[in-house]
Design a protein around this ligand. Structure first.
Ligand code: HEC
Length: 119
């Protein structure tokens, strides 16, 4: 009985470790991705999209979890600050003059592939 429980526990640990980072979208998929919300989609289209949906710009690509995960670990407050102030090759406000802080947070969540989860 104890042994059986041990095997179940080992199986759970293996299952957790087996959860792989989803593959990044293809370049075509990345270009076509949009936030579900119409307002956010319009803001994204005229700002972040120009760099974050295009390969080779140096920007972490939309829904590319491998590119975003290390950045996401900094925390949302730091990411928001980097968007508003600018960060290295990332221009201040991401060229979105009409975005509110909440818009930026939602756009970051969308691009980082975290629309549905807090992790
Ligand atoms: C002109 C190109 C460009 C535009 C437009 C742009 N970005 Fe970026 N962004 C970049 C680049 C390049 C980086 C990578 C900076 C680095 O780490 O060198 C970046 C990085 C980021 C990061 C990660 C910062 C960090 O701390 O790692 C966030 C968040 C971000 N952008 C959000 C946005 C949002 C939101 C928009 C739209 C409102 C946007 N960006 C528009 C080029 C752009």
């Amino acid at each position: 009985m104890t042994r059986a429980l041990g095997l179940v526990a080992a199986g759970l640990v293996l299952a957790a470790c087996g959860a792989k980072t989803p593959p990044p979208p293809t370049p075509e998929q990345a270009l076509a991705l949009r936030p579900a919300n119409a307002r956010l989609s319009a803001l994204y289209e005229t700002s972040c999209h120009a760099c974050h949906a295009v390969a080779g710009t140096g920007a972490p690509g939309v829904h590319d979890r491998a590119a975003w995960d290390p950045r996401w670990k900094q925390g949302e407050a730091v990411l928001l600050d980097h968007v508003i102030q600018g960060y290295k090759a990332m221009p201040a406000t991401g060229q979105c003059a009409t975005c509110t802080p909440d818009d930026f947070k939602a756009l970051i969540r969308f691009m980082a592939g975290r629309e549905d989860s807090a992790t």
